[in-house]
Design a protein around this ligand. Structure first.
Ligand code: NAD
Length: 469
């Protein structure tokens, strides 16, 4: 028997009791989560600093503020989201009630990664609570200090009958996944995503997979180079490059590369001083294994900016690589570190062909002051999300669904999309018990002359189109 079977059945019993269903209960749990964020803010800042020297400003922006914004958006809208959605009816059901009820799934498992260990655990949790589920959370074991903080303190704020934190490494998570959950929400790498989906398939459990990949960033010839450099450098070097939506590589013309390099150098110096190692605003790689992997990617192409490393501190300087070839190691995997390769293309169509020849990314970035260039890339490519003339900022809008496509993931969340992800759209038809003569045409013995009446009562007709309008 799986070591967590008892926990899962305890949570399922609580869910079946119906206690998570009332809106007041959900609101109270969400408010309690807000208190956790407020009261444990200092502990969160310390734990993230201890794990990866995350700059406090970055923790405020990318962990606390995003969670707070998601929480407020949910608290502001939950009443409207929970309402039954009444739907159009056919003639046969005109006197009845047909609607979609947003039903909780039951017991949900949320598995989080280490790069934004609070945000990527709590933002899905907000959606799961809002939708009326019980939740098992499994934070990443790599960010040990945050894992300990969450395991020791979060359950004290929430209803322990319905919400639990499990600390587990790979082996124990494998055992945890043997249990039957009603929904699994996973954020992490595509390879582990496959393992999670395989485990879920055994129980036919639906999944959301928020995965990673290589996000292209096309910089057209018509743009404000200084602004582009600052926005790209910010997105790439935030959290020392360990961001799923970071621009992974730049595609631009040879001429643009020549202008972009000095602008990137200037932006990096402006952000992190001439020696980024001394900057309090530049983080570190999370662990030794990850450091070795990212460091090995520095050998691709030619180092134009940065390139310095210190294994003892797990420091890798903000780095820009040029003369990178498509088959270089840095172009074979998600970089997930402070390295920005630039590859040159001849035109926007070349960039589009380059992007379309690869796995579909989590987000695609385009910089251009020409609307037709942005429009062309948007229309001719496919990606989880799209952001023109900036990086990462699309994530700050809770009403934009967030998620990947293909290799970068399956499903979406944030705001209403989170609520919908964690809700089963249960279709309901409430018919009157009488008026039986109206049902007679459909019963055997079948009478062909009744067929037109039956069809008229149940079949959806093509709407008439008016050629004048
Ligand atoms: P990971 O896949 O190694 O680990 C994620 C979680 O899965 C952790 O909790 C870990 O304990 C667990 N896990 C690891 N191996 C497992 C196994 N064999 N069986 C079951 N569970 C296992 O990912 P990571 O290194 O923590 O995070 C980095 C990856 O996550 C990158 O690819 C990044 O792009 C991606 N990511 C995606 C998003 C997104 O929103 N799409 C956000 C952040 C990170």
């Amino acid at each position: 028997m799986s070591p967590h079977a008892e926990l899962v059945s305890r949570l399922r019993a609580a869910w079946l009791s119906g206690k998570t269903r009332p809106m007041e209960y959900r609101l109270a749990q969400l408010e309690a989560l807000g208190r956790f964020l407020d009261e444990k803010k200092q502990d969160i800042l310390e734990a993230t600093a201890a794990d990866m020297r995350k700059p406090p400003f970055e923790v405020e922006v990318s962990e606390l503020s995003i969670c707070r914004s998601e929480l407020n958006h949910t608290l502001n809208n939950l009443g409207a989201w929970m309402k039954d959605k009444h739907v159009e009816k056919n003639w046969a059901t005109q006197l009845d009630s047909a609607f979609i009820r947003k039903d909780p799934y039951g017991v949900v498992l949320i598995i989080g990664p280490w790069n934004y260990p609070i945000n990527l655990l709590l933002v899905p949790l907000i959606g799961a609570i809002a939708a009326g589920n019980c939740v098992v959370m499994k934070p990443s074991e790599i960010t040990r200090n945050v894992e300990r903080l969450v395991a020791e303190t979060l359950p004290r704020y929430l209803d322990e009958d319905c919400f639990a934190v499990v600390t587990a490494g790979v082996e124990e998570t494998t055992r945890l996944l043997e249990n039957k959950f009603d929904y699994i929400f996973f954020t992490g790498s595509p390879s582990v995503g496959r393992i999670v989906m395989t485990a879920a398939a055994k129980h036919l459990t639906p999944v959301t997979l928020e995965l990673g990949g290589k996000n292209p960033c096309y910089v057209s010839d018509s743009c404000n180079v200084q602004n582009v450099a600052r926005r790209v450098a910010w997105g790439r070097f935030f959290n020392a490059g360990q961001t799923c939506v970071a621009p992974d590589y730049v595609l631009c013309s040879v001429e643009m590369q020549e202008k972009l390099l000095p602008a990137l150098r200037e932006a990096i110096t402006e952000f992190y001083s001439p020696n980024p190692r001394e900057s309090p605003d530049f983080g570190r790689i999370v662990g030794d294994r990850q450091f070795q992997r990212v460091q090995a990617l520095l050998h691709s192409g030619h180092t134009a900016i940065g390139g310095q490393t210190d294994a003892g501190e797990r420091y890798i300087a903000p780095t820009v690589l040029v003369e990178v070839q498509q088959d270089d190691p840095v172009m074979q995997e998600e970089i997930f570190g402070p390295i920005l390769p630039i590859l040159t293309v001849a035109s926007v169509d070349d960039a589009i062909a380059f992007i379309n020849a690869r796995e579909r990314p989590l987000v695609l970035y385009v910089f251009s002051s020409r609307k037709e260039v942005v429009k062309r890339v948007l229309e001719r490519t496919s990606s989880g999300g799209f952001c023109a003339n900036d990086t990462i900022m699309h994530m700050t809008i809770p009403s934009l669904p967030f998620g990947g496509i293909g290799q970068s993931g399956l499903g979406r969340y944030h705001g209403r999309s989170s609520f919908e992800t964690f809700s089963h759209q249960r279709s309901a038809l409430l018919r009157g018990a009488g008026r039986e003569t109206l049902n007679t045409p459909r019963y055997p013995p079948y009478a062909p002359h009744r067929l037109p009446l039956l069809r008229a009562a149940t079949e959806t007709k093509r709407r008439a189109t008016c050629l004048l309008l």
